[in-house]
Design a protein around this ligand. Structure first.
Ligand code: ASP
Length: 451
């Protein structure tokens, strides 16, 4: 049995949904299907999830959001009309939205999740209805009935362990099961969503729970590429990548999969295949436990922007017991999470996402670091990009760092930070944001250009 997940662009209109349904019915093993909310039909279109967010915001502000709700209903109505599945489903969707809007708005995050979840929930109902209309045995599955329970962190939920046992039962149900992605229920019975893009996570949880033979993730590209196609022209596709490599790539800028997707399938060794709804016969990218290094030690080059460095120096820092802990405690007190901590004998840099900082927090932490740790120097530098070279066998290959730094030098890029060795899978280079694209191109040329 396979779990197949279809992303927003695969459900954006009737034509796309027909493609999805013919992919589902083409393989009898595709019995558990996860769907996203309808996504963008064209470049400047608005995703249904974003329409729902606007709707919730308007309702919270004005106690009314007729226009915004109509915009959501119109998306589904257009699809239903083109698919000839009657008006009844549109009435069901309208009623559902009205019920959600009459929910309690005193907890904004909770109300927002209730609304956001309507996108995938109604998408699943619509797809099930269409399959039934063409004579396929299909049914919509409600995540609560199936037992998908999540932590009550609205907008940022995590799966609760008992869900896996509950969801196992889906394996023995007849017909094709259409499961809405992106949300589940808290133990108190509230709708809770994963972070944005979280339908990928739902698919992975279901695949792990039923012990699927494969988790197929259908999107709108033929495969994952070695580097971002918006930066490198016609980059090479990746045919096989390991979970650990893919995790590093999606953490640092590869947006094909949500970065939290792989954990459930990784723990159970279930292979993942990224495929294209618009070209299902393309082989796609396989994500597996191990790969033979036949495509070279480097599998991909990623890049993410928006980081900053807190640079701290103090003479004889290495002799001061507890210095690192006290520094990180200051960040913890401010509820800041950090990404990397490269250090030297008398200095330490903490790299974090800069959107977490505002002028006020920045001033407070600088003051505390200066006063409490009695440092010689502390400063925050913004506008850092992290460029990652990813590949499991890099660490056993002589000369990778030298080739990489050579490529930076040739491109005239100054490397601000290097972090190599703490991850067995990646090498990290911090560069100024304005040098990021240039760096990716230089590394691509070095590691893939001549092939
Ligand atoms: N519809 C949700 C979003 O736009 C979740 C998803 O598509 O995976 O974030």
């Amino acid at each position: 049995m396979k779990v197949a997940k279809f992303g927003g662009t695969s459900l954006a209109n009737a034509e796309q949904i027909r493609k999805v349904c013919s992919i589902i019915t083409a393989d009898p093993e595709r019995r558990l299907v996860v769907v996203s909310a309808p996504g963008k039909r064209f470049k400047d279109d608005i995703k249904v999830t974003d329409l729902l967010i606007k709707c919730a915001e308007k309702y919270i502000e004005c106690g009314k959001a007729d226009e915004e709700m109509e915009a959501v209903v119109a998306r589904y109505a257009e699809i239903a009309k083109e698919m000839n599945i009657g008006d009844e489903i549109v009435d069901i969707i309208k009623k559902d939205l009205c019920e959600r809007l009459s929910g309690d708005i005193s907890n904004k995050a909770k109300f927002m999740d209730l609304l956001k979840a309507a996108g995938e929930d109604n998408s699943a109902k619509l797809v099930a209805q269409y399959l039934k209309s063409i004579g396929v045995e299909a049914r919509y599955i409600n995540p609560k009935d199936a037992g998908l329970f999540l932590s009550d962190e609205f907008g940022n939920a995590r799966v609760l362990p008992q869900s896996y046992e509950n969801l196992k039962a889906l394996k023995d149900m007849d017909g094709i099961l259409i499961f809405p992605g992106f949300f589940g229920y808290s133990l108190q019975g509230d709708v809770v969503t994963f972070p944005r893009g979280g339908s990928d996570i739902t698919g992975s949880i279901l695949a792990a729970a039923i012990g699927a033979d494969m988790y197929e993730n259908f999107t709108d590209v033929d495969s994952v590429f070695v580097a971002n196609p918006n930066i490198v022209r016609n980059p090479k596709p990746i045919s096989v990548v390991t979970y650990r490599e893919m995790r590093e790539l999606s953490y640092s800028g590869f947006s094909v999969l949500h970065e939290e997707t792989l954990e459930p399938v990784y723990r159970r060794g279930i292979p993942v295949c990224i495929k294209n709804t618009n070209n299902p016969s393309a082989p796609g990218t396989m994500i597996v436990p191990e790969r033979k290094s036949k495509n070279g030690p480097v599998v991909g080059i990623s890049c993410d922007n928006g980081f900053c460095t807190i640079f701290v120096s103090k003479y004889m820092m290495n002799r001061e017991i507890g210095f690192g802990r006290r520094l990180l405690q200051i960040l913890e007190d401010e509820k800041l999470s950090y990404e990397h901590v490269p250090s030297g004998i008398d200095s330490i840099s903490v790299i974090l996402k800069e959107k977490q900082l505002n002028a006020e927090i920045e001033e407070r932490i600088l003051k505390r670091i200066k006063n409490e740790l009695e440092v010689d120097d502390v400063s925050i530098e913004r506008g850092l990009s992290l460029v990652m070279l990813v590949g499991e066998s890099m660490m056993r290959t002589v000369g990778i760092a030298s080739r990489a730094t050579g490529a930076f030098a040739k491109a005239g890029v100054n490397i601000e930070v290097i972090n190599q060795g703490s991850s067995e899978v990646s090498m990290m280079f911090g560069v100024r944001a304005e040098d990021a694209d240039k760096s990716v191109r230089a590394l691509y040329e070095e590691f893939f250009g001549g092939e």
